[in-house]
Write a protein that binds this ligand. Structure first.
Ligand SMILES: *Cc1c(COP(=O)(O)O)cnc(C)c1O
Length: 338
């Protein structure tokens, strides 16, 4: 059990609600490795419809769906390009290299998640036996809770296409990007061949991600998922939660974004930390390590969880299980009035 009364460490901490548990309990199930779980099939069909992609695959985690995407796009000895802070490059244990023999080509990435298009152009290798074959560009949206500028995505995608690269989006929090920018996930992800989207973050499901894309790639992805040990049997138990989340927990992300804005605003009043207005549900406080440790301790003393990221920033994430009252409790804790 978490020690925190209000836990802002991550939106992965959400627990299934009574209503979601009821949907799980009522799920019709079958053996999904046989293609016979009706609830998984319904989730995959609904995912494909919502993202306007041909097909979808229910994966155990975002790490797994990103890795599957790398492996279906790239052969052994190929390379993918991503920002040097991209989750799939930095925080997924090097899976593409370990299990796919795929070489990453990281680009210097800015705090807003973008990189220089000149750097992208320079990283795409010519057809020459000295080089790995550059096959794929992977972007991430949201990046640190920030919505990638649509103009950047379009320009990077166009450059990648001109050079014959495929495009993957790590959309762990792509629903936040969509709700935060007033667009649909289909619009946000239109430039990409494949998309990985987490059901277990802001959407509140206990587990699972969707990999979306063209039917032939998703067919190949199903084989890779089996290789990775991700073929689950009566997975409808989990897919029911995902379906429930898609139906009930997307529009309400706007509440999380409002709560994050309120949190940022309140913390700005009571600390000297630098706090940018959040685009979506993640608030970062920048200050000295000592000042951040002090803020984190004041929060913890009032039962409020926050996370240090690389020692240089304090991260607070809003989600289903922290409401306005929790936000106000966090602000009061930092103001030492609680
Ligand atoms: C969480 C996350 C993932 C991985 O998802 P898991 O389900 O935790 O494996 C991938 N990319 C980004 C940007 C994430 O935030």
């Amino acid at each position: 059990m978490s020690e925190f009364r209000h836990d802002f460490r991550s939106d992965t901490l959400t627990k299934p609600t009574e209503a979601m548990r009821a949907a799980i309990a009522a799920a019709e199930v079958g053996d999904d490795v046989y293609g016979e779980d009706p609830t998984v099939l319904a989730l995959e069909a609904e995912g494909a419809r919502v993202f306007a992609k041909e097909a979808a695959l229910f994966c155990t985690s975002g790490t797994q769906s990103n890795l599957i995407a790398l492996i279906v796009h790239c052969e052994r000895g190929d390379e993918y390009i991503a920002g040097n802070w991209a989750h799939l490059y930095r925080f997924e244990a090097g899976g593409g290299a370990v299990l796919g023999s795929i070489q990453p080509q990281p680009l210097p990435q800015k705090m807003d998640g973008t990189f220089e298009l000149d750097d992208l152009a320079a990283a795409i290798k010519p057809d020459d036996p000295h080089y790995a074959r550059t096959r794929l560009l992977a972007l991430e949206n949201t990046f640190g809770g920030q919505i990638l500028p649509a103009g950047f995505v379009e320009a990077a995608a166009a450059l990648a296409r001109e050079n014959g690269l495929a495009l993957h989006l790590d959309g762990a929090r792509v629903f936040n990007a969509a709700v935060g920018s007033g667009r649909t996930v289909a619009e946000v992800t239109a430039p990409f061949d494949t998309v990985s989207a987490c059901l277990s973050k802001g959407l509140g499901a206990p587990a699972g991600s969707l990999l979306l894309g063209p039917a032939p790639l998703i067919k190949k992805a199903r084989r890779v998922r089996k290789i990775l040990g991700g073929g689950l049997r009566q997975a409808g138990i989990l897919a029911a939660a995902g379906l429930y989340a898609l139906e009930h927990n997307v529009a309400r992300l706007a509440d999380d974004h409002r709560n994050a804005a309120r949190l940022a605003e309140g913390l700005r009043r009571h600390t000297n930390a630098k706090i940018e207005p959040p685009h979506t549900n993640i608030v970062f406080l920048e200050d000295t390590p000592e000042a951040l440790a002090d803020i984190q301790q004041r929060l913890a003393a009032h039962g409020i969880g926050s996370g240090l990221s690389y020692g240089s920033r304090l991260r607070m994430v809003t989600h289903l299980d922290v409401d306005e009252e929790a936000v106000d409790a966090a602000i009061a804790a930092v103001a030492d009035r609680a």
